[in-house]
Design a protein. Structure first.
Length: 403
């Protein structure tokens, strides 16, 4: 397109006496391949190094991914995934993405990602989806807890809004642990991974508060976890705007209302953590979305010291995106490194400061003095949200210290 613009401009100058002109708006936008296949007997339209593993430092096992010439739904070859046991020293889960490292693909003519799967034993695929390229992940979508058995079965993941996928690189994502097998390792085979336009995928209903799009797939209801990019601001109930405070009275970790400190990430993917998600946005509104929560941390290891000395409270807004049952909880924990001299930590239960409510934002203002065992907040490295899986899906916003 750039070259065409240069050539057009040169021609216009050369033929100025003929009043040549060209509106750049007439140029057609770049188009990208619409290749549907991802893996048949070989990866399609991908490099040989198409699989990118999750971080081994977060517990991902990188040794169990390959192909198998003895198993296939069609053709001669399938993808073989050896899921590690819960005590495997090389990592307790396996997962990653298939990335199109070329120009990307135009997937607007398809309405679903499909593949065939079988397992050595009855088990569950923790997460499977597409749109995650370890960069923007703007249009990621996924399903959780997919049952698999010893016979080949087709899995269908509807696309929340195909019109968004003009140039997608994240072709496939999976994450599998041994939670469904009591810690025992097993093998899963995948085959015929492709995008399709299926007549049985119908009636999409956006549930913005849940960041889900619900489909009727052949008579069954399928709720797809959808990135915020699939929604617009009019769909969404955002957290309340924090009060205006003097900048000297706030140390903000995550909020659109104040200037935030530098943060490494909003999900460290620690070993044994099942939590997915992190910081995201809809329009100009930023928030944090966590799914499959057992524990997760906001990490500031490598950031300049987060010195909240003199602050008296921590504020956080939380919206639980599922039913809240008796015994459900979310604990908030702060770990202060103190420059490595005297590390300390403390936690509180959010429910002690106001009931968690399904589908509603609840604002918490918690005195720092209530975090028993926390000796200071002069070098805050970690802020943890812990539910032990009693609550899986939450939105978080406006995390800041203040006085």
């Amino acid at each position: 397109m750039k070259n065409l613009t240069y050539k057009t401009s040169f021609l216009c100058i050369a033929l100025l006496s003929l009043s040549c002109s060209r509106d750049e708006g007439d140029l057609q936008p770049a188009t990208f391949p619409n290749t549907a296949e991802i893996f048949t007997d070989v990866p399609v339209g991908l490099t040989d190094q198409f699989f990118v593993s999750f971080d081994p430092a977060a517990g991902a096992n990188t040794g169990g991914f390959g192909t198998d010439d003895n198993e296939a739904y069609e053709g001669t070859t399938s993808i073989r995934i050896d899921v590690p046991s819960a005590n495997d020293p090389d990592g307790t889960f396996i997962g990653g993405i298939f990335e199109d490292r070329g120009v990307g693909r135009n997937l607007t003519e398809y309405n679903a990602l499909t593949f065939w799967a079988k397992s050595s034993i009855t088990a569950t695929i923790g997460t499977v989806g597409f749109g995650d390229d370890f960069q923007s992940n703007t249009y990621a979508a996924s399903l959780n807890d997919i049952p698999v058995s010893t016979g080949w079965e087709k899995v269908i993941i509807p696309i929340p809004d195909p019109s968004k996928l003009l140039n997608e690189r994240g072709m496939f994502l999976f994450s599998i642990g041994s939670q469904s097998t009591g810690g025992a390792g097993f093998t899963i085979w995948l085959d015929e991974i492709r995008f399709e336009n299926l007549g049985i995928v119908a009636q999409p209903l956006k549930k913005a508060l849940d960041l889900q799009v619900v489909f009727n797939v052949g008579g069954d209801e399928v709720a797809v976890n959808a990135a915020a990019g699939y929604f617009d601001e009019s769909d969404f109930d955002f957290a309340p705007t924090p009060p205006a405070r003097n900048a000297a009275d706030v140390v903000s970790i995550f909020s659109d209302a104040y200037t935030n400190v530098q943060v490494d990430n909003y999900n460290g993917f620690f070993q044994f953590a099942t939590t997915q998600g992190g910081a995201t946005s809809i329009g100009d509104e930023n928030f944090i979305s966590y799914t499959d929560l057992n524990f997760v941390s906001i990490n500031m290891f490598n950031s300049p010291d987060v010195d909240a000395s003199g602050m008296t409270h921590i504020h956080v807004d939380v919206n639980v995106r599922e039913a809240v049952n008796a015994g459900d909880f979310i604990n908030l924990s702060i770990i202060n490194n103190d420059g490595g001299a005297s590390p300390s930590d403390g936690f509180v239960s959010l429910g002690s400061y106001g009931s968690l409510r399904e589908g509603q934002w609840v604002s918490y203002d918690i005195p720092i003095a209530d975090f028993g065992g926390l000796a200071g907040i002069n070098d805050v490295d970690l802020i943890f949200f812990v539910s032990d899986g009693t609550i899986s899906n939450v939105l978080v916003d406006n995390v800041y210290f203040y006085r």
